[in-house]
Design a protein around this ligand. Structure first.
Ligand code: ACM
Length: 458
């Protein structure tokens, strides 16, 4: 029996590979949802059989991989493959700190589709920018999309970027064709300085501020008692819900200082009227209110794990556990669905993958093997709580990465490695087998012109 190595399965055991019989690609491709996972490449036809839509999408990923390996042709062969261990297999891209062009995004999305990722979490707003239009709020483009940088000689430089509605629609369709669902994110109530630069009336002080040009966590946050803010959030969520046909909208929730809320009369009134004991409970109130707008437009909210620092929020909110796994522990104990993306558990791809002086990256070390070692099943939890874990995602943040191309270099190979962890799960994953396929990963990336960090894996 001959074998072909591919990404994302220990080894494709091919029952009938004739390497001397190569056929042109693309051919007529038939996709069938049925009771087996099998790719059949015969002389005149390709049949992609899968037990569900995710499986068929991965089968398509396999034939794209093979066509790269075989220089545009495909070997006549037939092979089976596994179903995914987790139903949520995501990747997050920060397009705010540095703008990522549509073309750069599509390159990354296409590469992710080769290995079974099925959710693209698109970080569209933050202190340093707001990157999509909301009808009636033209200052988002005029003001919030641009930040000014002063160099050592006090010379002014501009960093600007904005997606039009047509860009969002295009990315949505592009993802859909690859079996990927987009999750757009609006940061609330913190990480909102770019919005407040254009609309100071949505904040607590009403002061005019600039779009933020430093990295970190900032005190200017949304004002829960501003009626104009709630009108705006309704319009922004409505707009996203009308563009993206996936089930989720991400509402942020992380790193929100409460200092401006403490003595704010409007915030105090809400607290009094709703029996909220402190500003942590006020943030919980805020989360549930944003979640109810998301629901009004037919979607479900996801929030970073700070949303469960509040003692009670809407149970339908899905919680993304990024500050380690404590968020997952708390959220699952309270009945929330959970997605894992621990910053120090192999999921933050902006962290440097080795201590070599030439590495790009930020904050701390995250070696490729960490992405394989993450136990997504969280064996420590009892069965009922484990069943609430939907899966995991990798995140790439852009403070220290200046373009989509630099992001690529950070994302790969670690995202490929996490993808295999997500698809195969604890029972099937096998680090030694994956390491043997390192060359294939390099080859596919090289042929696809995807930057892939060649560094050490463990
Ligand atoms: C995050 O990294 N602040 C979610």
């Amino acid at each position: 029996m001959k074998t072909i190595d591919c990404l994302l399965t220990p080894r494709i055991e091919s029952e009938n590979v004739k390497f001397d019989t190569l056929i042109g690609y693309p051919l007529d491709v038939e996709k069938v949802i049925c009771d087996e996972n099998r790719v059949v490449i015969s002389k005149d036809k390709i049949v992609l059989k899968g037990k569900g839509k995710d499986e068929v999408a991965l089968a398509e990923g396999y034939i794209k991989q093979l066509s790269l390996i075989f220089d545009g042709s495909l070997p006549v062969c037939s092979f089976s493959y596994y179903s995914p261990a987790y139903r949520y297999r995501g990747f997050h891209i920060d397009c705010v700190r540095h703008f990522v062009t549509r073309e750069e995004l599509l390159r990354i999305i296409d590469a992710m589709s080769l290995v079974g990722f099925n959710y693209f979490h698109w970080h569209l707003t933050d202190d340093q920018g707001w990157r999509f239009p909301v009808p009636g709020y033209d200052k988002l483009k005029e003001i919030s999309s641009t930040r000014y940088i002063y160099d050592n000689n006090d010379q002014k430089h501009v960093h600007q970027g904005f997606y039009e509605r047509e860009d969002l629609e295009y990315v949505n369709e592009y993802c859909k064709e690859r079996g990927i669902t987009v999750i757009p994110e609006i940061e609330t109530p913190g990480h909102a300085e770019a919005l407040l630069a254009a609309y100071p009336e949505f904040g607590c002080t009403g002061n005019k501020i600039d779009v933020q040009n430093n990295w970190g966590v900032f005190e200017n946050v949304m004002n829960p008692s501003s009626g104009e803010l709630w009108e705006f959030l309704d319009a922004a969520i409505k707009e996203l819900a009308s563009i993206f046909d996936g089930p989720f909208i991400h509402i942020g929730g992380d790193e929100c200082p409460h200092v401006q809320w403490e003595d704010h009369p409007g915030c105090r009134l809400i607290m009094e009227e709703n029996g909220l004991k402190n500003t942590s409970e006020l943030q919980g109130w805020f989360t549930s209110r944003v979640s109810s707008i998301v629901k009004k437009y037919g979607k479900r909210a996801i929030g970073w794990d700070e949303v469960v620092d509040a003692p009670e929020i809407d149970k339908d909110v899905v919680v993304m556990s990024w500050r380690g796994l404590n968020g997952a522990r708390t959220a699952s104990s309270r009945g929330h669905n959970v997605i894992l993306c621990p910053e120090n558990g192999g999921c933050y791809m902006d962290r440097y993958p080795s201590k070599e002086s030439w590495e790009l990256g930020n904050l701390s070390l995250s070696i490729p093997k960490d992405s394989y070692d993450l136990d997504i099943s969280m064996k420590e939890l009892e069965e009922e709580r484990r069943s609430l874990i939907l899966g995991a995602q990798c995140c790439v943040w852009g403070e220290k990465l200046h373009s989509g191309r630099e992001m690529e270099f950070m994302i790969f190979p670690r995202a490929y490695i996490l993808a295999e962890n997500l698809w195969l799960g604890e029972e099937r994953k096998d680090w030694e087998s994956l390491k043997k396929r390192k060359d294939i990963l390099g080859l596919i990336s090289w042929k696809k012109d995807i930057l892939c960090n060649p560094g050490k894996w463990e």
